[in-house]
Design a protein around this ligand. Sequence first.
Ligand SMILES: Cc1ncc(COP(=O)(O)O)c(C=O)c1O
Length: 469
Amino acid sequence: MLKGLKMYKLEEMNDISATDLNKSFSNYINSPLSSIYKMLGLDHFDYSYAIGSYIYLKNGDKILDFTSSCGALNLGHNHPEIKKAEEFCLQNDIVEMLKFGNNKLQAMLANNIAEILPDNLDISFFAVSGAEANEAALKLAKRAQPSYKKFYVRTTGSFHGKTHGILPFTESENFNTGFHVGVNPDNVLTIPFNDINALKNLIKKYTDDGDNKIIALMVEPLQGQEICSAEHGYLRQITEVCQNNNILTIFDEIKVGLGRTGKLFTFLHEANCVPDILTFSKSLGGGRRAISAMTTSSKLFKKSYGKKLHSTLHSTTFGGIGSSCAVAIKTLEIITREDFMSDSNNNSDYLYDKLAGLAKMFPRDIIEIRGQGFYRGLQIRFPHKKMTDINLPYANKFEIACMGSIVRELFREYNILTFFTGAAPDVLHIMPPINTTKSEIDYFINSLTDLFEKNIYILLKKFIKGTIL
Ligand SMILES: Cc1ncc(COP(=O)(O)O)c(C=O)c1O
């Protein structure tokens, strides 16, 4: 029965060569993804450990990680206080799992979340992933609304997760094509992001005899796939219009919550703007734990699950495991400390100023700086495909190859890890830990300056030569 593979021992972790790692990842996890990593030069990523903004290689070099693992590392890698919180759990043999009886660490975490959020957001449900938190939000919304309502609204470019249940709400990159489970996709209506009139018109269209048929609208206050910020006033208008029409609002801050955009949550940038349901995750785990939260009002929770009979209608075994809650409690403590956000904002302003300086230096290459706070995107102008003699085997992926060449160059020549998405391949995502330093920002900007002084066309040629030919 056995395949005769070498069985790794945990303690051998740092003995595995980059070549063996490539092989195991490719053979036993995801071969096409592994080949994309190879194109981006990440097959040379022979890492050993990580602290703060850096991942350390076995050869002694360090990589500046400006991806924050897509938002999970607001506090950087292995924050000492987060490790201490975990040590506290180990030393005290905490009750990690308790399904029967009031769960202490969950209750403490939910209490603290209620304290830091506006008045009517005070009941939390914990799960493991962002998609699960969003599914919990949809289920709660469905139960709270009258049965004649059957439609939901999403926005163009949205990303809310990839599980079957949430996929109909993810519009970006056609991730949902071919998967028709959960909410019937015909009942998920799409409006352009940042267009309040589109929402008003949609409500009119779906209203009969004075009652509209819409259960809820789900939206990211800053869209992560293409890094699109909500225009000032848009989020408040959404909550107003929805409230006036008995439609529930679900704000998904899974990627950008907990300080990334300059406030604890992005929606707090607007006055008088509170959603009915808020979902957040990623950084709640302090960079070491998988935990997500769906927070709503007592009123709404009562409507959906207020009876004893209904109290277990929604649950999940590993949601809110003890040490994950402990880490989340510590994460909130750190982020809500007096100077934490002001220091972070000071540095994110510094990053913005430096990026603006870069855009001035290279007006031909940089089209736009996107985003807010410490989630920035640099939209880059690539050479026109027709103007090059480059004949890619994947011609329609020209922009992906261009951005791939930049991400690869940043990694291979400057030891910086960055990323981009297929939804907007001309946008370089810049997502450092929100406690990054000015000197890390300086290194990043100096490296980008050096890179833009090179010709992107030459980089592209190098990329193609190194990866395909
Ligand atoms: C805005 C947003 N919502 C939901 C999710 C899904 O979270 P998860 O991957 O933990 O399921 C993501 C993941 O990137 C996200 O960025």
